[in-house]
Write a protein that binds this ligand. Structure first.
Ligand code: BES
Ligand code: MN
Ligand code: ZN
Length: 487
């Protein structure tokens, strides 16, 4: 989408639709519409537009102004408007324009300036909301909003905000594409290809093959791939934007999770293609960071593999050895994500990172506890946890902290090995993280379980159904907060 800034009055802007954000009580900032206002106000009240949150009204424009149509978009109560309200308005508004076949628009920034909110939030929501996934369909959605003009005075800070919005949206949509892709076209090798496509300025990408992983002692990670004919790929991205200890991002990248020998029930099994959403989010973040050349030092790690049953597959009861020499008794082959992450956490230690964040569709128990709205967060670093809370508030990628008390470790005691990979039915959201904590050790670490949020069954204001790309905006915002400090 082409985004421009133009400092002209709303009534002079040639476009298919002029977007006017309005708060409740229909206070639209109409100063710039001059003489047409009275006529317009009549039409608005006749249509009973109230300015409620995400309310839309598309009407023909009065004849004496240049825009062809006017699109009113409600922001709700004035006191409550925040960046998220504006993102949602952007998603809803551009969605309606696209569905009405309207391809050029202008956004009046007057109301948003009154509210001290950047129009970049509107653009961010718009770009995210226009996402479609139709590459496997003969009939494609060809309509889209091609160009939008933001009507306001140009400035360096607005330029920067718009550039960030575009980079973020492109990172999120990159992640969504990878997650929406079927597992036959998103194997570990395909994920490696996607990672390699991000090579560029300050970005080095390496892929460790099975042999190299064996040499490093990643018996835990490799045990997951044994039932599959697809070779595992341990993917490493190094983005060096600053000479500081790095932040390591680890993303669960199980490209299909059948459960392995502990095979899952067939109902909904097709959804298990999204078990690599953590890895996809890490790639989305790396892409956005590189696009903006963020002054941070970032490492992305994706231990990619399939989890399938087969003659060579790992059996329940097998004991494997992780990268740090500890033995793991595999009670359930369906608790495979933590086996891949254990070795990735061990591998991360060599970077002496200032922070380690793992993001994973780790447990069904996560959605039982928190539904599809909230990410479960657990970690050992209090300042990182509180930074995450702030980023969650700002991005509306919500997090809720679950406890990691030592008592839960009891659940993971094995009679024959150093630890076992599941802790039983109760508390399994927490015990999965306790397992990871054992391998994170002294690292300043936070774990995000996105099992409930990585996929949405319903359209949301700027998240069409399917892969949500959750985590990209959250962690990117966190990186901005750490910038200059930890990162
Ligand atoms: N990938 C699943 C978790 C999952 C479930 C993600 C549903 C998204 C939607 C994970 O590998 C898994 O199978 N976890 C098991 C763990 C159990 C065997 C302890 C689970 O949660 O049932
Ligand atoms: Mn599983
Ligand atoms: Zn899984």
């Amino acid at each position: 989408m082409n985004i421009h800034i133009k400092n002209i009055r709303e009534n002079e802007c040639v476009c298919d639709a002029l977007i006017l954000p309005a708060v409740e009580g229909i206070s639209v900032n109409l100063k710039a519409l001059g003489a047409s206002v009275t006529a317009l106000m009549k039409r608005i009240s006749a249509a009973e537009f109230q300015g409620k949150k995400n309310e839309l009204l598309l009407i023909p424009a009065p004849a004496d102004i240049r825009p062809k149509r006017i699109l009113l978009v409600g922001l709700g109560k004035k006191e409550a408007v925040n960046p998220e309200t504006v993102r949602q308005a952007g998603g809803k508004a551009l969605g309606l324009l696209r569905n009405s076949g309207i391809s050029t628009a202008a956004l009046s920034a007057a109301m948003l300036s009154d509210l001290a909110l950047s129009p970049a939030y509107f653009i961010e929501g718009g770009l995210l909301g226009l996402y479609t996934y139709d590459c496997y369909k003969k009939e494609k959605e060809t309509r889209t909003v091609r160009a939008i003009t933001v009507l306001t005075s140009p400035s360096k800070s607005l330029d920067d905000q718009l550039r960030t919005a575009e980079a973020l949206a492109s990172g999120v949509c990159f992640a969504r594409d990878l997650v929406n892709a079927p597992s036959n076209d998103m194997t570990p090798s395909d994920m490696a290809k996607a990672a390699l496509s991000l090579k560029g300025k300050n970005m080095v990408v390496r892929v460790l093959e099975k042999k190299a992983c064996e040499k490093l002692g990643m018996g835990s990670y490799l045990s997951v791939s044994k039932g599959s004919a697809e070779p595992p790929k341990f993917i490493i991205l190094e983005y060096n934007g600053a000479a500081k200890p790095p932040v390591v991002l680890i993303g669960k990248s199980v490209t299909f999770d059948s459960g392995g020998i502990n095979i899952k029930p067939s109902d909904g099994l097709e959804k298990m293609k999204y078990d690599m959403a953590g890895g996809a989010a890490v790639l989305g973040i790396m892409k956005a960071a590189a696009a903006l050349q963020l002054p941070v030092n970032l490492i992305g790690i994706l231990p990619a593999t399939e989890n399938l049953p087969g003659g060579h597959a790992t059996r329940p009861g097998d004991i494997v050895t992780s990268i740090d020499g500890r033995t793991i008794e595999i009670i359930n082959t369906d608790a495979e994500g933590r086996l891949t992450l254990a070795d990735a956490l061990g591998f991360a230690k060599k970077y002496k990172p200032s922070a380690v964040i793992d993001i994973a569709t780790l447990t069904g128990a996560c959605s039982i506890a928190l539904g599809n709205e909230t990410i479960a967060l657990m970690g050992t670093d209090r300042s990182l946890v509180s930074a995450f809370r702030q980023s969650a508030d700002f991005t509306n990628e919500k997090v809720w902290e679950m406890p990691l008390y030592d008592e839960y470790l009891e659940y993971l005691k094995s009679d024959v090995a150093d630890i076992k990979n599941i802790g039983g039915r109760t508390g399994s959201l927490v015990t999965s993280a306790c397992f990871l904590k054992e391998f994170a050790g002294e690292l300043p670490w936070v774990h995000l379980d996105i099992a409930g949020t990585a996929w949405t069954e319903k359209d949301r204001p700027y998240t069409p159904k399917g892969a949500s790309g959750v985590g990209v905006r959250l962690i990117f915002d966190l990186l901005l907060r750490l910038k200059g400090k930890a990162a």
